[in-house]
Write a protein that binds this ligand. Structure first.
Ligand code: ADP
Ligand code: MG
Length: 252
């Protein structure tokens, strides 16, 4: 079931993503390859609230990141509001497509920018100045420059920032997975209110209660493909795919 069959907002056809296979300088062999997305076809309609579920490593983040070209797809096509999501159109697309990041692996006692600088500095890949400049570029690229100096737990601020562009779609990648437990309810409540405004949302989540209560479609991704795409009542009460059954029995 979709919110409005007339208004298709996203059209994904034959989307594939393979990591690796690069020829490294001096190396005899290219890096090993990993086929993460093996052909994703999906239509998203205006007002849809889609929850994406599936085992860790199945490609949920990769899929979201391909939608706004933070990852370059290996094959297939993505159209957003009729516009091809490619290098030529990506700036226009990103203005109408907000993204709220997963806060996995961020240190709560460091600011967003300090978190971004940490690894390149520790690994001595970059000087302090270079790391700082790169972090600022990254934040600017995703429209979060003004969040550089806040601590990552203020995720509601990140959601507010994503909304400031008045996007037509917001992509959420496990928005609550790394929050302090007392923050989770607040963020889920905020997302529920958002859903009720009619904005289109794609949410990668392990919060099955949220998926059941707030979404109109739940999509199960496994082995590089969409295995089920059903209203939550149907998907949770009558899972068909054996791997979905196994996944749900671990989650619930
Ligand atoms: P999920 O979000 O469902 O947990 P991801 O999309 O993050 O899964 O990752 C899917 C698979 O691709 C994982 O095996 C992960 O290790 C691998 N992967 C993700 N990003 C990269 C990358 N930049 N380079 C190589 N492998 C990657
Ligand atoms: Mg992920």
């Amino acid at each position: 079931m979709t919110a409005n069959h007339a208004e298709k907002i996203l059209e994904v056809r034959g989307l594939t993503k393979t990591y690796g296979g690069e020829a490294k300088k001096g190396a005899k062999q290219p890096t090993p390859t990993l086929d993460v997305l093996k052909g994703i076809d999906i239509d998203i309609y205006r007002g849809d609230v889609v929850c994406l579920i599936g085992p860790s490593g199945c490609g949920k983040s990769t899929f979201l990141r391909c939608l706004n070209r933070l990852e370059i797809p290996t094959g297939g096509s993505i159209k957003f509001e009729g516009i091809e999501v490619d290098d030529a159109h990506i700036d226009a697309v990103r203005q109408k497509m907000g993204m709220v990041f997963q806060h996995f692996n961020l240190f709560p006692h460091l600011t967003v920018k300090q978190n971004l600088c940490l690894a390149p500095e520790l690994l001595k890949l970059k000087s302090k100045e270079e790391a700082s400049k790169r972090a600022e570029e990254l934040l600017a690229r995703v429209g979060l420059s003004d969040k550089a100096n806040v601590f990552p737990k203020s995720l509601s601020g990140g959601i507010a920032r994503a909304l400031a562009m008045d996007p037509d779609v917001i992509l959420f990648d496990e928005p609550t997975s790394a929050l302090d437990p007392e923050m989770v309810g607040e963020v889920l409540e905020l997302m529920k209110e958002l859903a009720h405004t009619g904005i289109t949302m794609l949410v990668v989540t392990h919060e099955m209660g949220f998926a059941r209560e707030v979404s109109n479609r739940v999509i199960f991704i496994d082995e590089g493909r969409i295995q089920e795409d059903e209203p939550p009542q149907e998907l949770f009460s009558n899972p068909k795919h054996p791997r979905l059954k196994a996944f749900l029995s671990r989650m619930l």
